[in-house]
Write a protein that binds this ligand. Structure first.
Ligand SMILES: Cc1ncc(COP(=O)(O)O)c(C=O)c1O
Length: 301
């Protein structure tokens, strides 16, 4: 994967990032980590998982350059989405990456690089993994949930030497994906089929993203699309006067499920009303209709 520093004995295959997080929580706790800092917007279930594992969580603000990693406080680890912040969309700036690595080295902290959609970057080459800059302090986490299907429950982590024994033990105690699925995936990769699939999907998703952006620009020019051209979702700031609840309810009445950004708020700070729009799900034949409904939900008074 894009310049990850890995030897086979430091790779753990697990049931997606969800299981990776419980494994890592155990390993971090064994290393004396008590609190994990998360980005101020992200998956509430990730926070709940860390807390259920006995860790405290704090949040760090996110701006156009990604997480403000110079404000990590006393946390012993940072969970971060450097390639494409989830869900807001910025890429972690080079200076911030270096600052995060510097923090991890000097504070003996750990970074968890959640690379959930790094295969899908549309405006430039995929960005190299941060993990390669400090493999002894950074966990790299990848998943097949975006490239193949979330239902597959297949992910992988590359674990620093200091965490590997405790992580392997946690993995043994919680089981993981079936060997048959792992072997099928391995064959898929070795034969080059996976790579071809990702390339084809990248083109298809890029076209979808372009269609969403163009349709919104034409129908709702005051709705601003934010974030990098990457992944399978984008964030749209709502036109003035529209609330998230009102637009998501209107979309649902038209048969379209979209989410309000506030559903992903993990800290105190609110963002202006916005939608998180995933464009990966509708089948190709239904995509145009879904797009029309989205524009209708955004324009309806
Ligand atoms: C921020 C983030 N992290 C991780 C994942 C992957 O989670 P999992 O591998 O458990 O499906 C996703 C979704 O695919 C995500 O949006």
């Amino acid at each position: 994967v894009r310049g990850v520093d890995a030897t086979p004995e430091r790779i753990i295959v697990c049931s997606g990032f969800a299981q990776a997080l419980t494994i890592l929580a155990a390993a971090l706790t064994a290393q004396g980590v008590a609190a994990v800092c998360v980005e101020e917007f992200g998956y509430p279930s990730h926070v709940r998982s860390l807390r259920a594992s006995g860790l405290e969580t704090t949040t760090v603000e996110v701006d156009r350059d990604g997480a403000r990693v110079n404000e990590l406080g006393a946390a012993g680890a940072l969970l971060v989405t450097p390639a494409h912040q989830f869900p807001l969309g910025p890429t972690l700036a080079a200076s911030r990456r270096l600052a995060a690595i510097e923090w991890a080295r000097t504070q003996r902290g750990f970074l968890i690089e959640d690379d959930y959609d790094g295969e899908f970057r549309y405006d430039r080459q995929p960005i190299g993994a941060m993990q390669a800059l400090a493999p002894e302090r950074v966990v790299y986490a990848g998943t097949a949930s975006k490239t193949l299907a979330p239902g597959l429950r297949l992910g992988w982590i590359v674990v620093p030497p200091a965490l590997i024994d405790a992580a392997l033990e946690a993995r043994r105690l919680t089981d993981g994906p079936s060997a048959i699925e792992q072997l099928t995936m391995a064959e898929f990769i070795v034969e080059g089929t996976y790579d071809r699939h990702v390339r084809r999907s990248r083109l298809a998703y890029r076209r979808r993203r372009d269609r969403v952006v163009a349709a919104l620009r034409a129908a709702v020019p005051e709705a601003r699309v934010a974030g990098a051209a990457a992944g399978l979702h984008l964030v749209v700031d709502l036109p003035p006067g529209r609330s998230e609840a009102d637009v998501t309810a209107r979309a649902l009445s038209l048969g379209l499920a979209v989410e309000g950004l506030d559903d992903y708020r993990l800290g105190e700070r609110r963002h202006q009303p916005a939608l998180v729009i995933g464009y990966g799900t509708p089948p190709e034949h239904a995509f145009g209709a879904a797009l029309n409904r989205l524009c209708a939900a955004l324009t309806a008074a």
